[in-house]
Structure formats: C-alpha cells, structure tokens
Design a protein around this ligand. Sequence first.
Ligand code: NAP
Length: 267
Amino acid sequence: MPHPPSPAAGPAPRVRERHGRRVALVTGASSGIGAAIAERLAADRQWRLILSGRDPGRLEAAAGRTSGLALPYDLREPGMARSLADRALGICGRIDLLVAAAGVGWAGPFLRMPHSAVDQVLTVDLAAVVHLVRRVLPRMAEAGRGHVVLIGSLAGSVGVRDEAVYAAAKAGLGAFADSLRYELAGTGVKVLHVVPGVVDTPFFARRGALYTRGWPRPMAPERVAEAVVRAVRRDRDEVYVPGWLRWPVGVRALAPSSFRRLAARFG
Ligand code: NAP
C-alpha cells in the first residue's frame, strides 16, 4: 500500500463528507443483490450513495429509490472499472464503502462455452473487481479506514458442474480477499467476502438457465443485504448467507474425495 497511515497521526476523524454522511459506491446496483444493498444502505440514512450498473434505465430507477447518484458503466469494457472509481472519487473525494456486486453467470458445458462468454465472466466477475479495488484502496488506506465488500458465490467455494468459469472467477475473488487482508492488516481497511447461496434475482434468467432445483429454495436479495450491512458493522472477514452454507464448504475441506463423490452424484 503506497500510503499506510502514520501511527503518529492518531485515528482519522470520522466522516467529513459534505453532507456529514459516509460515501458508498455500489456496483451491480441496478438489479438484484446490489439493488437490495443500495436500498438497505439508503434506509440507514448514513450514506451518500453512488450507484453503478450497466442499464441506464434500471440504474436511474434504483438511484431514484435510494436518492443515489447513478453512474452507468459497462465493466466488460477495458479501463471502465478504473474510470468508475476515478469518477466516483472525483465527485465525492472519498469512498468509505465499496460494494462490488456486479456480476454475470454462464451455465452449460465448458466445451460449449463461447470465448466471448469466457471473457465476459472473467472480466466482469473478477478482473473489473480487482481493478476497481486497486483504484479505491489507496485513498481508504490513506484515510486509515474503509470497507471493501466482494460478492462471491458458493460456486467459488465448492465448484459446480456446468459453471466452471463462473466458479473459477468467484474462487478468485475469495483468494483475492484472503490475500489482500494480510496486506491491509493495521491499515484500518477491512475486506469482507460475502458468499451467498441461491438468491431470487434476474441472474438466472439473464445467464440463460433458470434455477430449477427444489432445494435449497432461493432467498430474497434483502436477506443478503441485511447480512452485508451487519457484517460490515462488525468488521467481519467472511459471511455465508445463509450461515449453514459453511457446512458443505467445511466437509469439502475435511473430506474432499467424499465430498466430490457426493457432489457428482447429487450435483
Ligand atoms: P442480477 O440481478 O442479474 O444483477 C447483476 C448486476 O450486475 C446488475 O446490476 C447488472 O447491471 C450488473 N452487471 C452485469 N454485467 C455488467 C457489466 N458488464 N457492467 C456493469 N454492470 C454489470 O444478479 P444478482 O443475483 O443480483 O447478482 C449480483 C452478484 O451476486 C453477482 O456477482 C452474482 O455472481 C452474485 N451471486 C448471485 C447469486 C444468485 O443466486 N442470484 C448467488 C451467489 C452470488 P444491469 O442490470 O444494469 O445489466
């Protein structure tokens, strides 16, 4: 980190943003989990919200509901994550909370996955997030505080048939979060990795394969939003939503061969 906080400077004073509120930048805020997080933050009335998404109409609607500022960006495009961070920092001068919720899926056999879809998933779900964090972190470290929230997926923790690239991208996010946390120790900046199960959002329709299993039942995105806000308040490193998802991950860690046999059979 280029500018670690000087211990001599003492703790940085809290919020000094123009309206007395901290600044949150939420990507994927035009839909699903990101939109629910934006609404949950808006309900707190403590945040100045910068919302990003791809579809300008959906994003404006979300911004209207939350009194946020809409910054539409297509994160597939090279350099857009950096531009988004620079624009948000240029407008607000600071970002206290970054929620990286933008993401896309693709389901089907890997050997049939078009290269364009490979690029899209790896770029939006992983590379853009890393670039965004790279741009936002120096100011947080300088300020001596801040939260980075990465929305991962259970697919990244255990691997899922027909979702190889999506799972790889989400696994990358988890490893990124774990690694970064070591570097940020003592800076006051926290990294939260969120691992949701199945969430009732347009995600499945958009990836072209609906969620058809009877169990686990999809949960409302508001449940994830509540868990995120609570985990940020408590400076947590990682949160599974629902919490019992830790169990399959634990079983896989302790008995990988058995887990794989069961997963191959029951999927
Ligand atoms: P969603 O309703 O489809 O929302 C996806 C969000 O990502 C939208 O705001 C979308 O913007 C944005 N986005 C997609 N491609 C983008 C691009 N190229 N540039 C900028 N923004 C882009 O899906 P969701 O379920 O809320 O997903 C949010 C996150 O949760 C994703 O990272 C996903 O992997 C993760 N997740 C979802 C589930 C689930 O079961 N739904 C489970 C675990 C993890 P537009 O609406 O403007 O296109």
